[in-house]
Design a protein around this ligand. Structure first.
Ligand code: PEP
Ligand code: MN
Length: 352
């Protein structure tokens, strides 16, 4: 159930509608837009008459939402959600880049990486401190020490931090060190984790599962949002298909599909999406052209010696090339991207 209030509806009118929805057994989620307040009622029954609420003062329209996800639906915020992390807005005109190694390996590696990605215009440094590896014998990450390394390097270079939370017990640590909490593909349907993340007040980056449909991704976002955390950013990262020439099949078409179905910002991860560094730049360009709000990419000062995912990790100079090219694509479609040579500490933030 979705109630759109008229422009200029008073607080008392809005409250009256909320009270009635609660009486009817709905849990009410409120989205206060620039022009309209939208009330999303998630309720026990789907079969009531919306006209009951349409007669309330200040109500513009009322709809039943038939999709299985309600709060994630585009109807809940037709203009699209812009999620602010620190000074950075995700889902606005600017293409936001999050870049760094697959795993945090050492202080020196992250320091070099932070310098590289900051100088090329990335807004976030990425890096896993808790790693979901297919084999239990592979490098599992540095844990809290890794998070501390990331935080310190990010602060030195004016970057934000995104890092993965694999388990509910890690949430407090991630809240302490990371600005954006990543849920990896393997955990997209870890419903207990999603429910816990609904209680936190930091934005979540939710990656698509390797065999998940777009609808399943949106239902996972709904788990987080129904707990009261509306700040969810989605990420297409490739899905498993019969094709073996790439690690995964980067589903570029999921980007415009998601942009139509949901108001949530959508990122693309061409590193996991392809598994091979030569394909990362073309897919990054394609993702931006298709409407992605940002990119999550793996970059390492020396990818040949990376402890994980070296084959899909960009070399520093390739990252610079990617940033220049996505700036050009962004400009062609009326968006902006921070260009190479951008220095977050510099006097002028250059936007192209
Ligand atoms: C990652 O981004 O570090 C990662 C493990 O990716 P995914 O969950 O998409 O495999
Ligand atoms: Mn990786």
């Amino acid at each position: 159930m979705l109630v759109v209030m008229q422009e200029g509806a008073t607080e008392a009118q809005t409250e009256a509608v909320i009270d009635r929805l609660v009486e009817m057994g709905f849990t009410v989620h409120r989205s206060t837009g620039v022009r309209h307040t939208v009330l999303g009622g998630v309720g026990p029954q789907d079969d009531f008459d919306p006209a009951v609420l349409e007669v309330f003062d200040g109500v513009k329209e009322c709809h039943r939402i038939v999709s299985p996800y309600k709060l994630a639906s585009r109807h809940f915020n037709p203009a699209g959600s812009v999620i602010r992390v620190g000074e950075v807005e995700i889902g606005g005109l600017e293409i936001v880049t999050m870049a760094g190694p697959c795993s945090v390996e050492s202080e020196e590696q992250i320091e070099r990486c932070a310098a590289i990605v900051a100088s090329q215009g990335a807004a976030f440094i990425r890096g896993g401190a808790f790693k979901p590896r297919s084999s239990p014998y592979s490098f599992q990450g540095l844990g809290e020490r890794g998070l501390r390394i990331l935080r310190n390097a990010a602060d030195r270079h004016g970057l934000l931090v995104v890092s993965e939370v694999m388990d509910q017990v890690q949430i407090p640590l991630l809240l302490q060190y990371s600005d954006l909490l990543q849920v990896g593909a393997r955990n997209m349907q870890n419903f207990n984790l999603l429910r816990e993340l609904g209680r936190v007040r930091k934005p979540i980056l939710l990656k698509r599962g390797i065999a998940a449909t777009v609808e399943e991704l949106l239902l996972s976002a709904e788990y987080i949002m129904s707990g009261g955390n509306y700040e969810v950013i989605l990420c297409e990262r490739g899905i498993r298909t019969f094709e073996t020439s790439t690690r995964n099949t980067m589903d570029i078409s999921a980007i415009p599909v998601l942009k139509r179905l949901t108001h949530l910002p959508v990122l693309a991860d061409p590193s996991h999406g392809t598994g091979k560094r030569d394909y990362v730049i073309p897919m990054a360009r394609a993702a931006v052209a298709a409407g992605a709000d940002g990119l999550l990419v793996e970059v390492h000062p020396d990818p040949d010696h990376a402890l994980s995912d070296g084959a899909q990790t960009l070399r520093p100079e390739q990252f610079g090339e990617m940033m220049r090219e996505i700036s050009a694509v962004a400009r062609a479609i009326g968006r902006t991207a921070r260009r190479a040579d951008f220095s977050p500490r510099g006097a002028s933030a250059q936007l192209l």
